[in-house]
Design a protein around this ligand. Structure first.
Ligand code: NAD
Ligand code: UDP
Length: 341
């Protein structure tokens, strides 16, 4: 049974990936400093799967601690989720973002070098395509000019991994470019738990629905899209998590760097999200149309063919599933992991 270290594994995508890896028979080790998460998420992963996770409270930048984790465990592959991810905050605190997101990467690579671990998967983002490329995005397009420090940390980290794999031909790197993950595990036991006012659309929608926020503002309705609101490639977090299981199978069998888009290939508009959410959950969502948000692209979505071809993965869940599961999580856990059962 291969063992996978999830750096930043207590977070939204990491916890869902832990469930799918455990279900697929992998041993899972999680290291997280809970900068944006809670150990409760991992307790619930164990509850859902009936299997155990080896959990470390650790800052991935703490080289000494990290080396201890690598030495205590026979690690076959690493998944690097550990990063700060709020775009607006990255504009206000760029140094904090570069320090955290780049240093976690360097520490992981050094610990791998020291202990002979050769396989790593990185949580990158569609944001690296920048503004220059046209949709749908394909993996061979050049990285574009990012619009904020968060995006640059993803682009720079991709470069670091590519250079490291070039220098060491025995290294195997998979860069996963996520599109817009939403939804939650169908059990409603794990999900997205943002701190403070959510920046992203779906947590804002669910917090309006549960009465924590008054009204959703739809940012812009004069875009050159099907209904004037922005479109994105929303992907159910469970589909995304299953993509990681396929990526683990792949990274263990190959060398060099491979990039995969993880998206559905189908764009939906903000208006369609609101409509689907209202319909499947039989809820009226208080919303208004407002100004465009600075830096938003009108539309972006994946060409997801490469992942299907090389990983044998494609998404299975629908937009309705995403909206139903997001609400199921929010209504069972109105305060996220903090005050719920
Ligand atoms: P998240 O914030 O829920 O998870 C990130 C985890 O990393 C958190 O548990 C946090 O506590 C941990 N972490 C951060 N810095 C750390 C450090 N120095 N040491 C140890 N742990 C640390 O975010 P997520 O949505 O699960 O995203 C996971 C990864 O995927 C991130 O790198 C993110 O940038 C990337 N990503 C996310 C999205 C998205 O929309 N959610 C899209 C594209 C890429
Ligand atoms: N959005 C919105 N209101 C909100 C939050 C987001 O209309 O309160 C829109 C935003 O303009 C974008 C889409 O929803 O078109 C997805 O935004 P999110 O921040 O979730 O993802 P990203 O813009 O990073 O793709």
């Amino acid at each position: 049974m291969a063992a996978i270290l999830l750096a930043g594994g207590a977070g939204y995508i990491g916890s869902h990936t832990a469930v799918e890896l455990l279900n697929a028979g992998y041993a899972v080790i999680v290291a997280d400093n809970y900068a944006n998460s809670s150990p409760e998420a991992i307790r619930r992963v164990e509850e859902i799967t009936g299997k155990q996770v080896k959990l470390y409270e650790a800052d991935i930048r703490d080289d000494k601690k990290l080396l201890e984790i690598f030495r205590e465990n026979q690690i076959d592959a690493v998944i690097h989720f550990a990063g700060l991810k709020a775009v607006g905050e990255s504009v206000a605190k760029p140094v904090m973002y570069y320090r955290n997101n780049i240093d976690t990467t360097l520490s992981l690579l050094e610990a791998m070098q020291e202990t002979g671990v050769k396989n790593i998967i990185f949580s990158s983002s569609a944001t690296v395509y920048g503004e220059e490329n046209s949709v749908p995005y394909t993996e061979e397009m050049k990285r574009g000019v990012c619009t904020n420090p968060y995006g640059w940390t993803k682009a720079m980290t991709e470069q670091i991994f590519e250079d490291a794999a070039k220098a060491d031909p025995s290294l195997s790197v998979v860069l996963l470019r996520y599109f817009n993950p939403i939804g939650a595990h169908p059990s409603g036991r794990i999900g997205e738990d943002p701190r403070g006012i959510p920046n992203n659309l779906m947590p804002y929608v669910t917090q309006v629905a549960v009465g924590k926020r008054e009204c959703l503002t739809i940012f812009g309705h004069d875009y050159p899209t099907k209904d004037g609101t922005c479109t994105r490639d929303y992907i159910h977090v469970v589909d995304l998590a299953k993509g990681h299981v396929k990526a683990v199978d792949y990274v263990l069998r190959h060398n060099g760097t491979e990039i995969f888009n993880l998206g559905t290939g189908t764009p939906y508009s903000v208006k369609e999200i609101v409509e689907s959410f209202e319909r499947v959950n039989a809820i009226k969502l208080n919303h208004v149309y407002g100004n465009r948000r600075l830096g938003d692209l009108a539309e972006f979505y994946a060409n997801a063919d490469k992942a299907e071809r090389l990983l044998g993965w494609k998404t299975e869940k629908t937009l309705d599933d995403m909206c139903r599961d997001a609400w199921n999580w929010q209504k069972q856990n109105p305060d996220g992991y903090r005050k719920s059962n």
